[in-house]
Design a binder for this molecule. Structure first.
Ligand SMILES: Cc1ncc(C[n+]2csc(CCOP(=O)(O)OP(=O)(O)O)c2C)c(N)n1
Length: 341
């Protein structure tokens, strides 16, 4: 069976760069990852109660990528994502109550209760939209980047995509177009090695995705997607390139999803991936490795971490209560936002 091993080196050699960062930023990165994990675990715990009227794609295991990349964006920058939306939406500043209302198909849903988990949007936070069509958000982000460029804005448009999205023709076309027009755009490719239950090696010839992207004329790098600081650093360089007119960037973040492709729980027992592989990646859990690193360098301790978990648990409990107390959409609004001629 094919195995995708973790090939990074953790936080080895990162001490100096960490010391150069404001301590408040270092702990905010931890807090934001913990918050996403707690929200995701609570969604997972409640999913079988069948109150949520939506498929879900949990981001547990991939939090360093969501948080690290979004840490380099401002609220005004635009972010798009594919079906695995929760991490990007939350890290960009999306409203949790709006997200949970959306997932329960109640009024106050962030997409007007019409989209569910795969169509989260929060314009106030620059979370510009998500698409369930693999690769579908990518050309839309390019359109936004083109518009920003034509208007002389210094904002950037970024898009999260999975490894499977690189198999969609439109993603090649978009890389080509973005390079040609030097768009202020960032492709964040979260390479977790699987498309549902198909490993990368059964779908693509052996190659590094960032090298493939580079062949389109887009500045490309590969980063350890379990390392929140590495993700942030790569994103900062890409944002700087985009804002200064240097054109698009492609970042391949190698990481792992700890749960099933969709739904609650793990689906590894169906045999498409090796449990040993999952266990190896669990040893580099992005939250634990970062916390260990912060505590080694005296920047966080158990008490602070526990307080972060407590605060997130309280927030998510309140938000669930709000969503469940919200009424269903009204029949009279059925055709609002629906276009027909
Ligand atoms: C165009 C298209 N083809 C197939 C699907 C079915 N589908 C939904 S998610 C998914 C896997 C996507 O894998 P990847 O892009 O690597 O993201 P990940 O789920 O690993 O985060 C597939 C094939 C789809 N939604 N859209």
């Amino acid at each position: 069976m094919i195995r995708y091993a973790y090939q990074g080196t953790g936080f080895e050699g990162w001490e100096e760069r960490l010391q150069a960062l404001p301590p408040a930023l270092c702990s905010a990165l931890l807090r934001d990852m913990i918050r996403i994990r707690v929200i995701e675990e609570e969604i997972e715990r409640r999913y079988h109660q069948d109150q949520m009227k939506t498929p879900i794609h949990l981001v547990i295991g991939q939090e360093a990528s969501s948080v690290g990349f979004c840490a380099a964006l401002t609220r005004e920058d635009l972010l798009y994502s594919g079906h695995r939306t929760h991490g990007a939406y939350l890290a960009k500043g999306g409203d949790l109550r709006g997200m949970l209302c959306e997932m329960h198909c109640r009024i106050n849903g962030c997409a007007g209760s019409r989209g569910g988990s795969m169509h989260l949007i929060d314009k106030r936070a620059g979370m510009a939209g998500t698409s369930a069509i693999v690769g579908g958000a990518v050309p839309i982000a390019a359109g936004a980047a083109l518009s920003l460029k034509l208007r002389g804005s210094d904002r950037v448009a970024a898009v999260f995509l999975g490894d499977a999205a690189t198999e969609e023709g439109v993603v090649s076309e978009t890389l080509n177009f973005a390079a040609l027009k030097r768009l202020p755009m960032i492709f964040v490719c979260e390479n977790n090695f699987y498309s549902v239950q198909s490993p990368l090696a059964t779908r693509q010839p052996a190659r590094d995705l960032h090298r493939w992207a580079a062949e389109h004329g887009v500045a490309s790098v590969q980063v350890d997607g379990t390392n929140v600081l590495a993700a942030r650093e790569a994103a900062l360089a890409a944002v700087e390139r985009a804002r200064s007119g240097g054109g698009p960037s492609f970042i391949e973040a190698r990481l792992y999803r700890f749960r099933a492709h969709g739904g609650a729980g793990d689906d590894s027992k169906t045999g498409y991936r090796d449990l040993e592989e999952l266990h190896q990646w669990e040893t580099v859990d992005p939250i634990r490795t970062y916390f260990d690193f912060l505590s080694r360098t005296q920047l966080a301790d158990d008490r602070q971490r526990d307080a972060m978990y407590q605060a997130a648990m309280k927030e998510v409990a309140d938000a669930f209560e709000f969503a469940l107390a919200s009424p269903n959409p009204e029949q009279k609004d059925l055709y609002t936002h629906v276009y027909s001629d």
